[in-house]
Design a protein around this ligand. Structure first.
Ligand code: BGC
Ligand code: CA
Length: 277
């Protein structure tokens, strides 16, 4: 400091500054230098202050944004963990389901194989059954053909026939046949009809009636009437309409001339029974 003042004195007394360089002198130059410095420092301070404020605002905003981002990240992390747990559980589920599916597929395949072999076996058995049934039918037919009729019965083809000795109503006639393990005759071929003409020449009950429904003639074995040998103008159910004294004519009899008539079931005739040997 002493040196500065010494130099100042030197400038003051020994080296006067030439008037051409600076008329205001060293004091004025220093002042303007200091003013500039002060101004610069002031400006710098203002700039620094603005910078600090801006930085503060920026930092505030950043902190808020950081906080929001952090909370978002936290919730996303939570969600991710949740999804991970779900994914894990689903993977486990998928694995179990896949295993079950594989088991089921294996079962299905085994069952298909089983079904296939069972179908094959069934077809084989069906074929054998058909074969055996045919053989049985053939044997039965042979055995029937070969079987003789009981004494007093006459044979035609696979049936035996018997003409009753007495006369009675249609119902009594049928009962008698059933008692003999037979039934009233069912005429289902012209050959049979011709044959019956050799069994009897007189009236005889046959197994035909329309008791259930008028006009619906049925054989005693349940078969409908296909081959018929009615006399002219029969069946006329005449007792029901014009001759009430005869009663309703719901039963059929053979006149012994290969022709039939409907008459009251309470009329009295002989009858023909039929049965297998
Ligand atoms: C008729 C028959 C009737 C019978 C009754 C005859 O004169 O032609 O249709 O069934 O009498 O006995
Ligand atoms: Ca009649």
């Amino acid at each position: 400091m002493e040196e500065i003042y010494v130099n100042a004195e030197y400038f003051k007394y020994d080296n006067p500054i030439p008037s051409t360089i600076n008329r205001k002198g060293p004091r004025s130059s220093k002042r303007s230098f200091y003013s500039g410095v002060t101004l610069s420092l002031g400006l710098l301070s203002v700039l620094l202050l603005i910078g600090l404020i801006t930085l503060g605002v920026y930092l505030h905003d950043s902190t808020a944004s950081l906080s929001a981002t952090s909370s978002k990240l936290s919730s996303m992390t939570e969600e991710r963990d949740h999804l991970k747990a779900n994914l894990f559980a689903m993977r486990n589920n998928l694995s179990a389901v896949t295993e079950e599916r594989d088991n089921l597929m294996a079962n299905l395949s085994a069952m298909r194989n089983n079904l296939s072999s069972m179908t094959e076996e069934r077809d084989h058995l069906n074929a054998r059954l058909t074969e055996k049934t045919k053989e049985l039918e053939r044997l039965q037919s042979l055995s029937k053909q070969n079987k003789a009729c009981p004494a007093g019965w006459r044979k035609l083809s696979c049936s035996c026939y018997l003409l009753s000795e007495r006369s009675d109503s249609w119902d009594a006639a049928r009962k008698d046949c059933r008692d003999r393990e037979a039934d009233l005759v069912v005429i289902d071929s012209s050959e049979e009809q011709m044959f019956l003409a050799t069994v009897t020449k007189g009236n005889s009950w046959i197994g035909l009636n329309d008791k259930e429904q008028e006009g619906q003639w049925k054989w005693v074995d349940g078969t409908p009437l296909i081959l018929s040998n009615w006399m002219t103008n029969e069946p006329n159910n005449v007792g029901d309409e014009d001759y009430p004294q005869w009663g309703e004519e719901d039963c059929a009899h053979d006149r012994g001339i290969r022709l039939w008539n409907d008459i009251s079931c309470s009329a009295s005739f002989k009858w023909i029974c039929e049965k297998m040997p």
